[in-house]
Design a protein around this ligand. Sequence first.
Ligand code: ATP
Ligand code: MG
Length: 429
Amino acid sequence: MSKSLQAIRGMNDILPEQTPLWRYFENTVARLLDNYGYKQIRMPIVEFTELFKRSIGEVTDIVEKEMYTFEDRNGDSLTLRPEGTAACVRAVLEHGLTGAGQPQKLWYIGPMFRHERPQKGRYRQFHQIGLEVFNIDGPDIDAELIVLTWRLWGLLGIRDAVKLELNSLGTSESRGRYKVALVEYLSAHLDKLDEDSQRRLKTNPLRVLDTKNADTQAVLVNAPKMADYLDDESRAHFEGLKARLDAAGIPFVINTKLVRGLDYYSKTVFEWVTDKLGAQGTVCAGGRYDGLVEQMGGKPTTGVGFAMGIERLILLLETLEQVPEEISRQVDVYLCAFGEAAELAALALSEKVRDQLPNLRLQVNAGAGSFKSQFKKADKSGALYALILGDDELAQQVIGFKPLRGQGEQQNIAFDALAAHLATCVVQG
Ligand code: ATP
Ligand code: MG
C-alpha cells in the first residue's frame, strides 16, 4: 500500500476484535459514574490554541512541544485538544454551569492528541476518561474521586496491580515560597544537574523533582522538601484526605516528588501507577486546581479532577488476563435460511422475534449459501444456537433449533412459539 494511505504514526485503528473490550471498559466506567452522580459533558475536539496556552501553562511539555496546532482557513490558530480539563472549564464558564457557586460533578470521554514519541502505552491520538468537580472544596470530594477509581479497579479485576501515590502541592503562595527555596538550593549545585533540569530550573523548577536523571536525583536527596513549606490550610486538607482514604481502606504512598506536568494543580495531586506496563506506568492521574477557573476569567471556583488513559488500562486488562470471556461473544442466535421463500419467511419471523425480544442478539444470514457454508458462518459467529429454515420446515411453519455448543438436541419449534422458546434459553443483557 502506498505511504499516503496509511494511518498517521501513533494514531491507531481500534479493530473489530478489540472493540468489545473497549466497550466493556467504557460501559463499566459509565455505569459506575452514573451511580456516583456524575453527569457526562461532551466538548469539541478542537479549540482555540490560546485556551490551552492559558490553562495548561506555556512552559509545560504539552504546550512547548506536544500540541497539534494549525491555522484555520480564516487565520485562527486552532489546536487538537491535548487534554480535557481546559475545554471542560471553558464550557462550564461559557454556559454558566458553576454560577452562584453551584457544584458540578462532570465527566467526559474521548480522544486527545499529543505529538509524543509513539511507543507501547504512549500514542499521538489516545483516549481518556476524565472527571472534573467544581465548587466543592473539601477533602471529601478528593477522597470520592479516589474511592470511585478504587472501586473501578475492583470491578475490572486490576486492584492488585495498581498503587496510589499522593502528594500535596499546597496553595500557589506556599508553592511559590517553596520554589524560591528549591531554586536557591539547586542553583548552588547547577553543575551537577542534567541539561534538561538546568533549563527547567529557569522555566518550571518543580519539574526538576520528577527528573529521571540519576545525578540530578542524587542532588535532590538533600533538597528542601515541599511538605515543610505547606500552609496550614493545605496541610489540614491533606490530612483530611488521608484520614478518608484510611477509613475507606485504600492503601496509598506519599510521593513528595509527585508534581504533575501541568501548571494548574494545587493542594492534592495523585497518580495510580502500575509496574506491569514498563515505562508508561501511570494509568490515572489528577489533582486539585483551585486557581484555574479564575485564571481563565471566571469567578473564584474550586476544582478537582483526574483523567485515566484508556489504552493503558486496556493493555493492563490484557496483560493481567482480566478480559471477561463473555464480552467477545456478540451473537446469541444465528438464523440460516435456504431458498428465496424461506428467506422471506425468515425475515418476517426474525423481525417478529425482535419485536418480542428487543435485546436478543440475532444475526440473520446474508448472502445465501449452501447448508454447509451457512452452518460454518453460524458456528464462527460464536452464536449459542442456530435456527434453520428450509422448504420442509416452511411447509410445516416450524424452524429447526440447533444448540451449537453442546447444550441439548436439535428440535423443531413452531413459528409462533419461537420467541418464547428463545426467551427461556438465552440470557438477555
Ligand atoms: P506521562 O507522564 O505518561 O506523559 P502525563 O502526565 O502527560 O503522563 P496526563 O496529562 O496526566 O498524563 O494524562 C492522564 C493520563 O492519560 C495518563 O496518566 C495516561 O494514562 C494517559 N496518557 C497521557 N498521555 C498519553 C499518551 N500519549 N498515550 C496514551 N496515554 C496517555
Ligand atoms: Mg506526558
